[in-house]
Design a protein around this ligand. Structure first.
Ligand SMILES: *[C@@H]1O[C@H](CO)[C@@H](O)[C@H](O)[C@H]1NC(C)=O
Ligand SMILES: *[C@@H]1O[C@H](CO)[C@@H](O)[C@H](O)[C@H]1NC(C)=O
Length: 237
């Protein structure tokens, strides 16, 4: 027969465990990325582009303020790689910033795990490979940092979400472009602008060749679609 005291302590123990589970720390989100060359023809010219897990552009990194983001990046390119999180503040954590001088490059065939906490920043950012002009070949994607529920947004909850990633694009390889940059040769204007890795709609037969795939985003009248936009500029980052 239990003593009366154990009837009193059990609910307290339960409360303690419950609080412990809820407040044990900020949530974590984990990503495993394999960065490799894949084939794509966004402007109708076959190219070797940099994909992440076979996707071009790379997957959206979708987190909420205060979350800890862990990204295990495997470099399957033939060159060293660093991934930087453009605009995401790395407070007292600059060695996770993925730029030359704060991080050692990930050698070809190796992996490295980035870990950082997103804090007090709500909005859209993007990541890209920061070395060797690789961003001209891809390896980039969107970063969304959502608000926590305790911090309301100044607009109603949307009926849907869509993302638009715009990027300047050349049909030459990043290695060719890099040689020109190193030799002081002007790259000229990009060959086109990609939208989510796709080329333009054939709005004019004389300007846009046939056979280019484009993306269609469905919009329903009367519904709110939240559109998160990213713009990856090539030359002036
Ligand atoms: C990101 O995650 C939030 C919350 O989990 C979700 O509402 C939103 O639809 C996601 N956005 C994208 C583009 O996946
Ligand atoms: C490399 O990846 C393996 C397998 O996912 C993981 O266990 C290991 O911790 C990673 N190493 C680094 C340095 O991130």
């Amino acid at each position: 027969m239990p003593s009366p005291s154990s009837f009193i302590t059990t609910p307290f123990l339960f409360c303690f465990l419950h609080l412990h589970l809820v407040f044990a720390g900020d949530p974590f989100v984990f990503y495993d990325w394999i960065v490799s060359y894949i084939g794509a023809s966004p402007l109708g010219v076959k190219q070797k582009v940099i994909g992440i897990n076979g996707q071009f552009p790379g997957p959206i990194l979708n987190a909420t303020t205060n979350w800890n983001v862990v990204v295990n990046v495997k470099n399957d390119l033939d060159e060293p790689l660093l991934v930087t999180w453009n605009g995401v503040q790395q407070r007292k954590n600059s060695w996770q910033d993925g730029v030359s001088g704060t991080n050692c490059p990930i050698p070809a065939g190796w992996n490295w795990t980035y870990q950082f906490q997103v804090k007090d920043q709500i909005g859209s950012f993007f990541y890209f490979p920061s070395l060797n002009f690789q961003r001209a070949a891809g390896g980039f994607g969107g970063v969304i940092i959502n608000n926590r529920e305790v911090i309301p947004l100044p607009f109603g909850f949307p009926d849907g979400d869509t993302t638009i990633l715009l990027s300047d694009w050349y049909t030459r390889s990043h290695k060719d472009l890099r040689k020109d940059v190193e030799n002081g040769v002007d790259l000229g204007v990009p060959d086109g602008v990609l939208i989510n890795g796709f080329g333009p709609y054939r709005y004019d037969d004389s300007l846009v060749p046939s056979g280019i795939s484009y993306q269609i985003i469905n919009v329903e009248p009367g519904k709110d679609l939240r559109c998160t936009c990213f713009h990856v500029l090539l030359v002036f980052i």
